[in-house]
Design a binder for this molecule. Sequence first.
Ligand SMILES: [Zn+2]
Ligand SMILES: [Zn+2]
Length: 296
Amino acid sequence: NPYNPKTPKSAIGRKPGGGAYAGFGEAPPTHSKALAAALASAAKPGKSLNFARHKETIATELYREFNRDGFGGALPEKFEITWNAKLLTTAGLTHYRKVTRSSGVSEYHARIELSTKVLDTAEKLEATLLHEMCHAAAWLLDKCAKPPHGSVFKKWAARVMRVYPVVRVDTCHSYQIHQPYKYRCTQSWCLQEYGRHSKSIDVDAKACGVCNGKLEFLGKFNADGTKAEEKKATAFSLFVKEHFGSVKERLPAGTPHKLVMKELSVQWKSGGGTGKKSRAGDESGNADAEKTLEGK
Ligand SMILES: [Zn+2]
Ligand SMILES: [Zn+2]
């Protein structure tokens, strides 16, 4: 890796937004001839191609194809493309570097970083790599990085889309990554939302990145935006938590766990006194969250 991590670098990210792939349910766009060629050359005879396993080769082959036909071979033959598993909200990044020698001559370098997590299909890789290569071309060939999606970028995007009409080089983004755990800033003028792949934000320790306001956890959501169902077991497990001790006490000493659970299950089914009320308790959880909100 010729890039010193301490070197300040600018990076242009592709933040996911709504768009062509958002539904995940719709048919993927047809492969470009470049992707078809890259997949064919990454495939080993007699072995099926596995995107997750072969994506490095596919990306390299795709770069070669795109460079040859889309950019007229003007980009470097050897070009660093790396995969980063920590990029969760960005599909790809182009990193720029300019080195000015003591002779006064400047060298322009670029490299591309791709998100392992976001780019989970060949079509997403195809669109993202082509987009990032337009950034690389603007920097390496036109010595221009700003504005990131300005006229120089658009010139390259228009050119490659003529060659690959099925690939869209969007400047707004092609897909949304579903992050089921939603958080929101509680400041009414801000309401910035944050998504996470797990329940990983400590709302007492972390504040809104926009306004420094308090964050609230909104819950877990499905890809279509509906609230994810609470696990069916929740109400029953609350019931067990509450009554396990007393039921066990009433049974003969040494009754196996399995039988205590069986008794609890019988009580639960016969009404148990709390069955449905436990589920309603979910609502009061939200009310608590709102109280916290008002307090700030
Ligand atoms: Zn971009
Ligand atoms: Zn905020």
